[in-house]
Design a protein around this ligand. Structure first.
Ligand code: SF4
Length: 297
């Protein structure tokens, strides 16, 4: 849900949001990503990171109010909007409460850094002001892969940040990227990711599948033959290994992103066997994988 028909349209560049925020009002609180260095990511390459002025953000909220009678959810974009200082974020959240009283949840992208620079008390204040869910990219639980991908944090740091979000009473949604270990490290990716996720036990786990975009370092590595992409069957095997090793009771598991070869949904740990059965059927060719041309980011 974007601010439509606005003369003062303030969206800058491409806007990304998690699949579960498809019907949310998108408010661009930051431009780009404060890290912007991951080898696989092209999302914000065209943007220089900055935090927008709070007044501009509040104006956007007022404007959206004019166009929509009912707004149940708001998502604060771009990447890592949690980096905004707590007093400013509280102003934004309180303004949403005042102008959009029917809003049930505000979501945000977070990074290990933006979480850890906030004290547990600050995160609780943000939750009380309406911050309901934070989306955190683990990408991989393997430190070797995270270092190669220039994620800027290791697995332990990401787990610690995720736990801090949960302790503040904010829902934690974690993203993992299938295929991020390539052919060389697929098993390490699956096993180490399962370990990290078992420690974090996120409320939601979203699985994306790696797509390499021109203009990224990873794209060049693939071109040079230094990184080999997995086939759809190999991605399914990797997910199978992940599911066999994960212990995250109550975590809602989804692999229904446009990039995924196979759409899976269930709740861990109770649906583990059902998910494994579907993966085995796909590996045996009894369920079709999505065609390459239908995939997207
Ligand atoms: S993956 Fe996330 S943290 Fe890394 S550059 Fe992209 S938006 Fe930033």
């Amino acid at each position: 849900m974007f601010i439509k028909g606005s003369e003062n349209l303030r969206y800058e560049g491409s806007i990304y949001r998690p699949p579960s925020e498809a019907w949310s009002l998108i408010i661009q609180a930051t431009i780009g990503c404060s890290h912007n260095k991951c080898s696989f990511c092209s999302m914000y390459k065209d943007k220089k990171f900055r935090i927008r002025k709070t007044e501009e953000i509040l104006d956007d909220i007022k404007e959206a109010r004019m166009y929509y009678r009912s707004i149940k959810r708001v998502f604060l974009a771009d990447g890592d909007a949690l980096i905004i200082k707590t007093p400013e974020l509280l102003k934004i959240l309180n303004f949403i409460k005042e102008w959009i009283p029917e809003c049930e949840r505000v979501g945000i992208y977070a990074s290990p850094e933006s979480i850890m620079i906030k004290t547990p008390e600050e995160l609780k204040l943000l939750r009380e002001a309406g911050l309901g869910i934070a989306y955190l990219g683990l990408e991989s639980g393997s430190d070797q892969i995270l270092a190669y991908m220039n994620k800027g944090a290791d697995s332990e740091e990401i787990v610690k940040a995720g736990l801090r979000i949960k302790e503040a009473g904010i829902l934690l949604s974690v993203t993992l990227i299938s295929g991020l270990g390539g052919k060389k490290l697929w098993k390490e990716h699956a096993v180490e990711s399962a370990k990290a996720l078992s420690k974090m036990k996120p409320d939601y786990l979203g699985l994306l599948t790696l797509m390499v975009e021109p203009g990224t370092k990873l794209y060049d590595d693939v071109e040079k033959g230094q990184f080999q992409l997995l086939t759809p069957q190999q991605v399914a095997l990797e997910t199978l290994e992940l599911l066999k090793n994960i212990d995250a009771e109550g975590c809602v598991f989804r692999s229904n992103h446009a990039s995924n070869y196979l759409s899976l949904k269930g709740t861990l740990n109770q649906d583990r066997e059902m998910l494994i059965k579907q993966l085995n059927e796909a590996i045996k060719g009894q369920i079709d994988f999505k065609d390459e041309y239908l995939r997207g980011l």
